[in-house]
Design a binder for this molecule. Structure first.
Ligand code: ADP
Length: 547
């Protein structure tokens, strides 16, 4: 027997129309790419998204199911685009401008973008790629007439001009909730990037669950600053969840340095914010410069994308009184899979024990099935010790890549292999040990490069650290620690080794430490281990070279 409840589709337009009615005066504040702070309300945003919807459908000739690309920072205009495009059944393709230019050209063509919207910052990039973007019909520069640059982009349109002159007479259409809504490519550290195609249903379910109290937990009284870019895994769904909650949104634009973020946190009364560890390193370094710098309104910070170092979590909590929620996910998961809110009683634990838990990547949110398996697909125990391939299943997890790239990506039970290696403890907390391809295989045992890196960055003179496995005739691989010193600071190999002693298992101790000026990063700010392995392919450990 079927239930008799109304069968209403879950559609992205409803997030914004809800906010425009119930939180109409709540602000959206942006540090614009042009410089000044811009502020308006959810009601304004919804009205402009309707105008934009008319522009897309009318003047730009985009049809239902067509793909529209954005090369843009977190701003109110980008937000209008998200809703104006997806809200009427077109696909919003957020392009990561930090990808290599070749990759950007590849994905614009692969996705078949019909129109490309770009911030001023990216005009030179698009000019360079123009000869390879033959299928794009229109280019729109996201600025006003006064700031329109001289450009070689043929027929480049001015965003403010076309939006202003459009009618706001538009009714958000209803359609099947399984319709594609948005598209984001994985950064593709190996091979070409692959397209993850979200649906209205997957996005709605993800955004609702991601905003549970123990997850992002945004409320109407919150002011939320998503530093995590809208072009990187949907800004962890904050631009969707904030309107559902009626939270104020503060958009950082292109400025993500410590001083700029600090200024927005303080002047806009931000209570919750989210970003990758690199951003928080910059903020904490900025705060440290003057003793009296406080975080006077900030209550919670969500850290994910890479492992949050223990010292970072501790500093936020003990020095600045800000609670940290460690999160894990990936583009293929919309992106959130786990968040590290403490369970009953855990907040009473001594700080060292509490930090042990917070350094883990967190517990699965409702709807995400998670297990760890050995190389043969057998499930491993949830004892916090055994580690294996992290497998996930759920309604907002990719079932295939765009155009079938990568073939069948699910196992026979419908689980997706995240490529991460992890432990699961009896309380449900997951801890990433490593990326499967980065784990160091020493004498048949696995060493976590992440754990070693996190231990090394705890040293006060270390700015950044990377660990890779290097060939060893006896053990197959042994860890090599590569360190970037903080400016003006000194630390030697022996001092590093002494610092690590006792913090990690003895057999995990790196066989050597080398110092470099900087480390290579991926488009999403992660250590680019493939490049490092290449850079150090001829490296030999001291003892080994002498043999
Ligand atoms: P990209 O690969 O494009 O950088 P993703 O965000 O999809 O973007 O990357 C997902 C991967 O990032 C995960 O599979 C995992 O390896 C890593 N990751 C994400 N969050 C964390 C975290 N909190 N700790 C450790 N690794 C993380």
């Amino acid at each position: 027997m079927r239930g008799l409840m109304q069968d209403r589709p879950l559609l992205i337009s409803s997030f914004l129309t809800f906010a425009a009615v119930y939180h109409k005066d709540r602000e959206i504040v942006t540090r614009t790419v042009e410089g000044p702070i811009h502020r308006y309300t959810y009601a304004d945003c919804e009205r402009r998204a309707r105008k934009l919807a008319n522009v897309l459908k009318g003047r730009l000739g985009v049809g239902f199911g067509d793909v529209v690309g954005t090369l843009a920072w977190n701003t109110y205009r980008h937000l209008e685009l998200w809703y104006g495009i997806s809200g009427q059944g077109m696909v919003c393709h957020t392009i990561n401008p930090r990808l290599f230019p070749d990759q950007i050209a590849y994905i614009v063509n692969h996705a078949e973008d019909k129109v490309l919207f770009m911030d001023l910052t990216f005009v030179p990039l698009v000019e360079k790629l123009l000869p390879r973007l033959g299928n794009v019909k229109h280019f729109v520069i996201m600025t006003d007439r006064a700031h329109m640059p001289a450009t070689s982009i043929p027929g480049a349109l001015c965003y403010e001009e076309i939006v202003e002159e459009a009618s706001d007479d538009f009714v958000w259409p209803e359609f099947d909730e399984n319709t594609a809504s948005s598209l984001c490519y994985t950064s593709g550290t190996t091979g070409n990037p692959k397209g993850v195609l979200y649906s209205h249903r997957s996005t709605a379910l993800h955004s609702m669950v991601a905003n549970n109290a123990d997850a992002l937990g945004m409320r109407s009284s919150d002011a939320v600053l998503p530093v995590v870019p809208m072009f990187h895994a949907n800004a962890w769904s904050i631009p969707y969840g904030a309107p559902m909650a009626g939270a104020k949104i503060v958009m950082p634009g292109a400025a993500m340095d410590g001083a700029s973020i600090y200024e927005l946190l303080e002047t806009e009364g931000v209570t919750m914010t989210a970003a990758v560890p690199t951003v928080w390193l910059m903020l904490l370094q900025h705060l440290e410069k003057e003793e009296d710098r406080k975080l006077s309104t900030l209550k919670r910070v969500v850290i994910g994308g890479s492992a949050a170092p223990r010292s970072m979590i501790e500093t936020f909590e003990t020095k600045y009184g800000v609670s940290v929620c460690h999160a894990w996910g990936m583009t293929e998961m919309s992106p959130l899979g786990t968040l590290g809110s403490l369970k009953a009683g855990m907040d009473k634990l001594p700080i060292e024990k509490r930090l042990d838990i917070q350094c883990k990547q967190g517990r699965a949110v409702f709807c995400v099935d998670m297990k760890i398996t050995d190389d043969h697909g057998n499930e491993l125990p949830r004892d916090g010790v055994a580690f294996g391939h992290l497998m996930v299943r759920g309604p907002w997890i990719a079932g295939a890549y765009l155009k079938g790239d990568g073939g069948n990506i699910l196992d026979h039970n419908g689980y997706f292999d995240t490529g991460d290696v992890a432990t699961l403890d009896p309380e449900g907390f997951m801890q990433i040990t490593d990326r499967a391809k980065d784990v160091i295989k020493s004498g048949g045992e696995w060493i976590s490069s992440i754990d070693l890196e996190n231990a090394a960055v705890g040293h006060p003179s270390v700015a950044e650290a990377a660990v890779i496995g290097v060939f060893h005739p006896k053990w197959d691989e042994r860890p090599l620690l590569i360190v970037v010193r903080k400016p003006g600071k000194e630390v030697t190999k022996d001092e590093m080794m002494a610092f690590l002693t006792g913090k990690i298992a003895k057999w995990w101790m790196p066989d050597d430490v080398v110092f470099v000026d900087d480390l290579p990063h991926t488009a999403t700010g992660k250590l680019l281990k493939t490049r490092l392995r290449d850079d150090f392919k001829d490296y030999k450990f001291p003892g080994v070279a002498a043999e």
